[in-house]
Design a protein around this ligand. Sequence first.
Ligand SMILES: Nc1ncnc2c1ncn2[C@@H]1O[C@H](COP(=O)(O)OP(=O)(O)OP(=O)(O)O)[C@@H](O)[C@H]1O
Ligand SMILES: [Mg+2]
Length: 360
Amino acid sequence: MQQTARAVAILLALSVAGITAAFLSLVEGTSAWAIVVAFAVSFAATYLLSFITLEFFIFREINRIQEVLQKLKKKNFSFLKEENAASSRNPLRLINQEIFNYAELKQREIDELKRMADFRREFLADVSHELKTPIFAAQGYIYTLLDGAVKDKTVRDKFLKKAAKSLDGLDVLVQDLLMLSQLENKQIKMLYSYFNLSELIREVFDQMEGKAESKVITLRLAPGFPDQVWVWADKQRIQQVITNLTSNAIKYSKEDPEEEGWVEADLQEDGDRIKVLIKDNGRGISAEHLNRIFERFYRVDRSRAKVSGGSGLGLAIVKHILEAHKTVIDVQSEVGKGSVFSFRLKKRKEKKAKKKQVEV
Ligand SMILES: Nc1ncnc2c1ncn2[C@@H]1O[C@H](COP(=O)(O)OP(=O)(O)OP(=O)(O)O)[C@@H](O)[C@H]1O
Ligand SMILES: [Mg+2]
């Protein structure tokens, strides 16, 4: 590029110097010496000016545009950090920046679309896989009955119960999926009200007592657990959050029957919020899985999940409900020791207690 700039500058300088000399030679009384000097001066001045203009303002910027296009081809977006073209007055540099910004925006859009397409593909595969299991099971029982097993009363009852159980599982799965999709599309509005969280946790623990007992797990409240803690949230949804967390804590207890299992609920003051903690001494979750357990269909142990029957939607629902409450779920866990799931809810001041339920 520099060679081109030099050649163009020499050509321009020669023509300007030639024209100047020619004009001077037409002026009467101009000495040959003066014409030579004028030629030399105009050549030098024009050469310098054109070379600088071409090299620094045009060719260098064109070079940059080329470099930027190369970078964009390689999806290298470091250009923005290196250059601060916005402050430049050079129109070519501004165009360069515009090209870059536009390409970067488009590239990001393409990446996002690809990510969404991957997500959709993965989601469809997961959904069909999850639906397949209970449908195949129910289908198996029903066809066996049709093939003659229906005549044996005990077999018939057993198979019908099993088919019904599979279909119940299918129903839960579809309900969970429906709810997740409604939460994600913001179709479910949180119905805020003022309620006693402490009482709600006791109710959930009462409901889960049977399930815990069958796994020899004690459900307990932390020492000093308050009688009343009033929060401003959607009661039904928070009940679901606590149910899902408690159900997990029971389900993923240690497999060693010798060890005494427990699940503990705790409520802690945290400024204008209340921190809710559901702790267990279960099997725990390793660091590699910890970030992913809130993804839908994610299960730490897929093979064992078939036995316990989880579809991996529980924590995704929890995360979405809490996000709708503008709060987050936090988890700390150690393999073999247990896990603590926690989140914060807004406390409500007494005087606002009688406010009616409102949609937010
Ligand atoms: N308290 C816990 N202790 C150990 N592992 C847990 C705990 N809670 C969740 N996990 C792990 O995180 C995974 C995801 O949990 P999630 O509740 O989303 O799904 P699930 O319980 O398998 O199915 P679902 O809740 O839909 O019935 C579980 O499969 C389990 O491996
Ligand atoms: Mg669960």
